[in-house]
Design a protein around this ligand. Structure first.
Ligand SMILES: O=C(O)CCC(=O)C(=O)O
Ligand SMILES: [Mn+2]
Length: 239
């Protein structure tokens, strides 16, 4: 997995070293979560200008919806807007009793440009689907979950690009099975095993290995009203 980091660092060299090139700058961090799970965070994956241009496109052109989802026998509006894009001929995505319509890449060509920028720093990846989220304000959120749907295979790589308002992204270890750990130890372990990232405008976060099997992630509500944040998660559906 270390090679993935090298690749992240190998973005286009600045053609004019006299000028400050914000693309390819900023510290990348690699978090080894243990057990073959890893998160790479690159805060300045995109220049601010490029990221704002894409934010404006996404805000205006994407057909955002706020579907009803079904969890534990109850239905309620998903607490954020969403849209879904996938290559043709793939297994349909379904989560929380909701099956999103799959738009095509041709309908939103800028999404291909963003996909290309992601593929450029993660050569070897072949993302073929994209889940988009729009958090209109601080009270929009995504609850604890993992993207461990079978269609992504046992060790999915998920690349997440963020635009607009900064929001906290948390990761916590899935609880151990009761028989494996005494309860006192479990609560200590739970505290120790939370990781927090402030996902910046133009940032890229990549989850890989067993992260979806062993960890949960969330974007919690924010106490301040906040402004719009758009997040794109690229995934590969296995054929
Ligand atoms: O908005 C984010 O940063 C995460 C979104 C997410 O986890 C998802 O769409 O599955
Ligand atoms: Mn997720």
């Amino acid at each position: 997995m270390a090679s993935r980091l090298l690749l992240l660092e190998a973005r286009k060299p600045n053609p004019n070293p006299e000028t400050k090139c914000s693309e390819n700058q900023g510290k990348r961090s690699v978090t080894h979560l243990g057990g073959g799970s890893e998160v790479i965070y690159s805060p300045r994956f995109l220049s601010s200008e490029r990221a704002w241009a894409w934010f404006d496109y996404l805000e205006k052109e994407i057909p955002w919806t706020r579907p009803l989802i079904h969890v534990f026998g109850r239905s309620y509006p998903q607490p954020r807007d969403t849209c879904y894009v996938a290559s043709e001929g793939l297994t349909d995505l379904k989560y929380s009793g909701y099956q999103p319509h799959a738009y095509t890449w041709d309908e939103y060509p800028v999404l291909r440009d963003i996909l290309e920028a992601v593929h450029e720093v993660l050569p070897g990846s072949r993302f073929n689907s994209l889940l988009l989220n729009r958090y209109k304000c601080g009270s929009d959120y995504v609850a604890w979950h993992s993207d461990n749907e079978k269609l992504y295979g046992p060790t999915p790589e998920i690349a997440s690009v963020s635009f607009g308002c900064e929001r906290k992204f948390l990761l916590k270890k899935k609880p151990a099975k009761k028989e494996e750990e005494p309860s006192k130890k479990r609560s200590k372990v739970a505290l120790r095993n939370v990781h927090s990232f402030l996902l910046k405008h133009g940032s890229l976060l990549v989850m890989s290995g067993h992260t979806q099997r062993d960890w949960l992630h969330s974007v919690p509500k924010h106490s301040k009203p906040g402004s719009v944040r758009i997040n794109l998660t690229f995934r590969q559906i296995l054929l």
